[in-house]
Design a protein around this ligand. Structure first.
Ligand code: 5GP
Ligand code: MG
Ligand code: MG
Length: 183
């Protein structure tokens, strides 16, 4: 592996591809049980949730529909700007539908608390959240994800959909970046 290989920028791997797949399979099983007999619409939050959505959805042996929303609360760096904007709205009318929002990480919870409010105002039958990761800060926000992969320390992580300046989304594992990347 030469030094330009993207994996070399990770200093600490928190979750390997295998661990992620294992955890998503467990979550998928639980979701499948909970939504038995109901018509499920899974909403992925672009762009970070693409990988989680693809793997979680394929772990569910049931019919479901997928739609996508793009919202922006972050600039290009590592801090939230505090303002949420819809960049791409749903194509689906969710009134009367059971909606499960799929996201890759909850940090401050700002994005998802805003999104839950926004979707709830469209009269769905239910709105729940599944997130692969959650940081402790999220506990202070009015966001209660029904499904959480793991709680993680308050560090900036990348990989498996999570970016730093739009890079690293394509890593199979999740980890933290070497200091040289930021300088
Ligand atoms: P929140 O609104 O919960 O603070 O942030 C949600 C969004 O911020 C996530 O969907 C993700 O795009 C971004 N984000 C929060 N924490 C991290 C992190 O540790 N790494 C990366 N790459 N993105 C993060
Ligand atoms: Mg996200
Ligand atoms: Mg990002």
């Amino acid at each position: 592996m030469d030094s330009s290989h993207v994996e070399n920028d990770l200093v600490n791997i928190l979750f390997t591809e295998e661990q992620i797949q294992q955890r998503l399979a467990e979550m998928a099983l639980q979701i499948t049980e909970d939504y038995e007999g109901r018509d499920l619409l899974v909403v992925g939050v672009l762009r970070g949730a693409v990988m989680v959505m693809a793997d979680l959805a394929r772990s569910m042996p049931r019919h479901l529909e997928m739609d996508w929303m793009a919202v922006s609360s972050y600039g290009s760096g590592t801090k939230s700007s505090g303002v949420v904007r819809i960049l791409k709205d749903l194509d689906t009318d969710i009134s009367g539908r059971d909606v499960l929002i799929v996201d890759e990480i909850i940090d401050t919870g700002l994005t998802l608390s805003w999104l839950v409010n926004n979707l709830s105002s469209r009269n769905p039958a239910s709105v729940e959240i599944a997130t692969l990761l959650r940081k402790p800060e999220a506990l202070s926000m009015p966001v209660e994800p029904k499904y959480v992969g793991w709680d993680i320390p308050n560090e900036f992580v990348v990989g498996y959909g999570l970016d730093y300046r739009e890079r690293y989304r394509n890593l199979r594992d999740i980890g933290t970046l070497a200091p040289h990347v930021y300088s």
